[in-house]
Design a protein around this ligand. Structure first.
Ligand code: C2E
Ligand code: MG
Ligand code: MG
Ligand code: MG
Length: 271
């Protein structure tokens, strides 16, 4: 009896495992096909100067267009892209597209910068520096018009290597931004040692900070910390006028969110 139960259990788990494997293989195939068939799209969300409310830059955000025309958001395929290494060619594609698009916008808005998200896997690739340089050349951008967004958690995964690579990007004049700040676990000492110019306040704080005293205290602290370190503060996920004026009042120079613009295809920018 016990033996039978045990066997059944094994069958149950292996069937579930097999199903997961099939699904994963299908998802990976779909991701490869999308890359090959140019069904990856880069959308752009404008960033605004908090006091003048003019465009200062854009964040490039990747999407997948399924065969039936649906737009698939990045959080559903980026983790798989990271596991399979496909994030490297995907990331290169986004960098090149974004630099080409930004060429026009740099002529339209003074001091315009294009921000591109770099995943931990890309950040660990020795080829990243060359890829970035090639994308800049191709788009005719100067290095200070490109900003790489790296999450706090990516930086903390290997502090020494991260700092070293950041220094190499800085030596080229490329801007660096610490994304989703406040959600990770970095200490102030580390933050100080990273040569980044921008601190991006995670939208979880932006959304909650009006109602929650604890969040408000954290937001104030992050902003004054950034200011003390001479960094530009960007708030992402700004959806209401109250949030915008409060963040501006607390010293946030740059705002990004649905209140101003949603991520849009290149031709519709700034949306
Ligand atoms: P992220 O870099 O923190 O990007 C900001 C996300 O917040 C975007 O979601 C954006 O559409 C969303 N957002 C902006 N304003 C608002 C707002 O007012 N309200 C709300 N609710 N959301 C807002 P998206 O495009 O779905 O991207 C999600 C994440 O996927 C990004 O977070 C980033 O971590 C990753 N990602 C996107 N594109 C790329 C890429 O090309 N490479 C890599 N490695 N990661 C990417
Ligand atoms: Mg980002
Ligand atoms: Mg972010
Ligand atoms: Mg985020």
């Amino acid at each position: 009896r016990a033996k039978e139960d045990g066997r059944n259990q094994t069958c149950f788990y292996s069937a579930e495992y097999e199903q997961r494997l099939v699904e994963r293989t299908r998802a990976e195939r779909e991701l490869r096909d999308a890359l090959q068939e140019s069904r990856l799209e880069v959308h752009y969300q404008a960033m605004y100067d908090a006091s003048q409310r003019h465009v200062v830059g854009a964040e490039a955000l990747v999407r997948l267009r399924s065969r039936d025309g649906q737009l698939v958001p990045p959080l559903t395929f980026i983790p798989l892209a990271e596991e399979t290494g496909l994030i490297v060619p995907i990331g290169e594609y986004v960098l090149r597209k974004a630099c080409l698009a930004a060429g026009k916008w740099c002529k339209q808005w003074p001091n315009f910068r294009i921000s591109v998200n770099i995943s931990a896997v890309q950040f660990a690739e020795p080829s990243l520096l060359k890829t970035v340089q090639a994308a800049l050349d191709e788009g005719g951008l100067s290095p200070q018009q490109l900003e790489l967004e790296i999450t706090e958690n990516t930086l903390m995964a290997n502090v020494g290597a991260a700092r070293e690579l950041m220094q190499r990007f800085r030596a080229l004049g490329i801007r660096l931004s610490i994304d989703d700040f406040g959600t990770g676990y970095s200490s102030l000492t580390y933050l100080r040692s990273f040569p980044a110019q921008t601190l991006k306040l995670d939208q979880a704080f932006v959304r909650g900070h009006l109602d929650d005293q604890g969040d408000l205290a954290i937001v104030r602290t992050i902003i004054s910390l950034g200011q003390a370190l001479g960094m530009e503060l960007v708030a992402e996920g700004v959806e209401t006028n109250d949030q915008a004026s409060n963040l501006a009042g607390m010293g946030c120079q740059t705002l990004q969110g649905y209140l101003f613009s949603r991520p849009v295809p290149e031709g519709e920018f700034p949306g």
